[in-house]
Ligand binder design. Structure first.
Ligand SMILES: Nc1ncnc2c1ncn2[C@@H]1O[C@H](COP(=O)(O)OP(=O)(O)OP(=O)(O)O)[C@@H](O)[C@H]1O
Ligand SMILES: [Mg+2]
Length: 427
């Protein structure tokens, strides 16, 4: 048995991290750790703020790329509005629904009803199964009637909802005399295209403002990370590491989540290798791991053939002297790989479609070239990331971990076919 000092197998002191939770996904930082979003905070507050004075709020839609602080700022403003309302003796509730999980009207209304019950002393019993949307709405109206003057409902990832009826119900509730409470909706989406579907499916009842959050630049990312430096033990982060991490993340996507993840991963790497400090080298390595993770995520729904096509393109780039290759050239390498792994190849046209899909996901860029009077047009494909990251990400698919190394692949295509007429034009 270990004595009072604890089992030496488990260190009581983490040499690298001090408050690691500051770097966890989903951690909501305090107000003084939020950086570079003052204007956005004010804009959201201006839309929902009337609630704090007992007046009707505006609905608002927030758009922006991933990791730009949409969820954070919405929760932050809603909580502050709730507190400000309280000082004016107004009972304002805050409800948060992640529509990527609660992706139907029934699931979303069930979650609203259940969290309202949780926040109050509501006595009604809310069944988890076997009832429809209408019954959940009944509970929602009843709880609002009994306990609240107003509520702010955050519908995060709202584009994942299979229909937008809930927006109509919430915005018409007073008019339809379901409740006297004011309801302010904050909808969040990283798909600007959602606007178009919204316009079609929803009439003027969900009148709303639109806000756009922009990606962070390097200096904002630097500040965001500086504000969480105490996640690490003192003097563990070497000079220049945060700057490098911010620069890398700003260059890639301006995504604060990714920047924080890279910093955390760099700390994990340092700890695993027994290093007392986190160096620029750790940041570089962590960035690579993050990039491979990102590619793996992006391609997780892709077919084996799409992955082999990416692998083929990556291996051509690594072993060749160009950055771009025609569909035909990728196809030849792909057929070679299929032979080596004893898989039946799909047709060239099929592969072309798979490549287009990958372009849509942002893993490759495909550009149309040629197409003059006497020429057929064809597509040239390039990778948007280091080909070695693609190779590693594809190999993570357990069915593909035995892929031959890319240096064994050059020259697998037959020279005669390589000079065939260009058939890569299917567009
Ligand atoms: N201005 C900021 N100051 C401090 N931390 C921030 C800021 N913006 C974002 N973060 C942190 O970055 C991470 C991502 O932010 P958030 O979840 O709000 O992004 P999002 O825009 O909702 O992204 P997604 O579209 O992927 O859901 C969170 O951990 C958040 O705490
Ligand atoms: Mg979010």
């Amino acid at each position: 048995m270990a004595d009072q000092a604890g089992d030496p197998l488990f260190h009581s002191h983490d040499p690298v991290f001090n408050r690691k939770e500051l770097l966890h996904v989903g951690h909501v930082p305090d107000e003084d750790r939020i950086v570079g979003r003052d204007d956005e905070i004010e804009s959201v507050a201006a839309e929902v703020g009337a609630i704090t004075r007992g007046d009707p709020p505006n609905n608002v839609m927030i758009y922006g790329k991933t990791g730009t602080g949409k969820s954070l700022i919405s929760r932050h403003v809603a909580t502050r509005a709730q507190n400000a309302a309280r000082t004016n003796e107004i009972d304002c509730g805050v409800l948060y629904v992640d529509c990527s999980e609660a992706n139907t009207e029934t699931r979303a209304t069930r979650q609203l009803a259940l969290s309202l019950k949780e926040q109050t002393g509501y006595q009604g019993s809310i069944p988890v199964r076997g009832v429809g949307t209408m019954e959940y709405y009944q509970h929602i109206w009843e709880i609002l009637e009994q306990f609240f003057d107003s509520i702010i409902v955050i519908l995060d990832e709202i584009d994942k909802l299979d229909n937008s009826n809930i927006l109509m119900q919430l915005s018409r509730a007073r008019e339809a005399q379901k409740t006297d409470a004011y309801i302010g909706v904050i909808g969040i989406s990283n798909k600007v295209k959602y606007r178009e579907t919204l316009d079609e499916r929803i009439d003027s009842s969900f009148g709303h403002r639109e806000l756009f959050f922009h990606p962070y630049d390097a200096s904002q990312l630097r500040e965001i990370m500086r504000n969480r430096e105490d996640a690490f033990q003192p003097d563990v982060l070497e000079d220049g590491t945060i700057e490098l991490c911010a620069a890398l993340a700003a260059k890639k996507h301006g995504d604060a989540r990714k920047a924080i993840e890279i910093l955390k991963e760099a700390g994990e790497l340092a700890r695993r290798t027994g290093s007392e400090t986190v160096s620029e080298d750790h940041i570089q390595q962590a960035q690579e791991v993050a990039e491979i993770n990102r590619i793996e995520e992006l391609t997780s729904g892709a077919t084996v053939h799409a992955k082999l096509a990416l692998y083929a393109l990556a291996s051509r780039i690594i072993t060749g002297d160009r950055e771009t290759y025609k569909t035909r050239e990728v196809y030849e390498r792909y057929v070679g790989i299929c032979e080596l792994v004893a898989t039946d190849p799909i047709t060239e046209n099929g592969l072309y479609r798979q490549l287009k899909e990958q372009a849509f996901l942002g893993v490759i860029e495909s550009e149309k070239t040629g197409g003059g009077r006497s020429q057929r047009s064809y597509l040239l494909h390039r990778l948007v990331t280091d080909p070695k990251h693609i190779v590693k990400a594809v190999r993570r698919d357990s069915s593909l971990e035995d892929l031959p190394t890319y240096d064994r692949l050059s020259g697998t295509e037959s020279p005669s076919r390589a000079h065939d007429a260009d058939l890569s034009s299917f567009s």
